[in-house]
Design a protein around this ligand. Sequence first.
Ligand code: BEZ
Length: 385
Amino acid sequence: AAAGPWVRTSRAQAPPVKIGLVLPYTGVYAVLGESITQAMELVFEREHWMVAGRKIEMIKEDDEMKPPVGIRKTEKLIDSDRVDILTGPVHSGILMGMRDKVHNSKTILIVSNAGADAISRGRCSKWIFRASFSNWQPCHPMGDWVAKHVAKEVFLTAPNYQAGKDMMNAFKEAFVPAGGKVVAEDYPKLGETDYAPYLTKIRQSGAKAVFAFFSGTDAVNFVKQYDQFGLKGSIKLTGAGFLTEPDVLPAQGKSALGIVTGHFYTPQLDNPTNKKFVADFKAKFKGKTPDGFACQGYDTAEAIVRALKAVNGNTQDKEKLVATLEKVEFDSPRGRFRFDPKTHNVIQPFIYIREVREVAGGLDNVPIDKVADVRDPGTGCTLPA
Ligand code: BEZ
């Protein structure tokens, strides 16, 4: 191997592996950024913050949920901090804004949330992996399921930005061919706090069900106001899993009972890796239940640890690190984890259809059905490497 900063004559001289995090630590999605970070810390702590003889150093940057800030922080992490690996963001618009800088600088990015479908399709990059989901993945299976099991007349609603549009389109792609009719669609601004005008339209629409994507504080406000408005008993609320994740369930309380969503994870999953993850996460973070975002952080860190071990800590040979990441496979809390070699997007072992129910210890998303092996339909890069 070529000489470089990773080549060491003794352990003490090995430079740290720098991992840059571009995540929201303030704003509507702050709780998401926190869960991702906490689960990454859990995995690195298990490794005593040392992998293949190199210390692991996390450099955290708050993107404040603003694309220009996210892009500036990405440039800082790549150009000034010279990170070895980048992770984040949460917001699809920020991911789209970061994409060219990451691609052109050949920085390895493991996306730990943002689901922008284009990153698995026309805007994909050999340097970008995604350990979370594409926006299509939790929503497409729901289109068919809602048409068959809930209602044929549905109102769609989501925040007015790329993730909201991607998710509603994925739902429609399966819902309409299954005989469903979209009664109306409405897109409040991201960070809306008063949903009354939107709830009035839903009430007047004649829809029998709603399919919604909201997350973070938007999910808390929408679900509580839906109940306060008296819609909960008459128009069935369904959505993408983010609507009722454990990061927001305690604040939503009984307003969330009965909501049906599609997601790749629930802390209820009965597998040994998940049981240990839930127990360790609760023990480290004052009884907090891990959510899907924490599972994404766990898988991002686990993929990094495994790839670094396989290349013996050599982060200089980026082509080799990319080829190694492509082959990484392990038991995740969500099931068997692997990247789709065509798109670098995670293959979801299952999308669970989950219902919010009372369980021992409070409310949780209980699986009631599942769809296996859900891959984004992207066929890979259409852009030059
Ligand atoms: C997104 O912007 O891609 C996103 C944000 C929150 C939850 C899910 C997706």
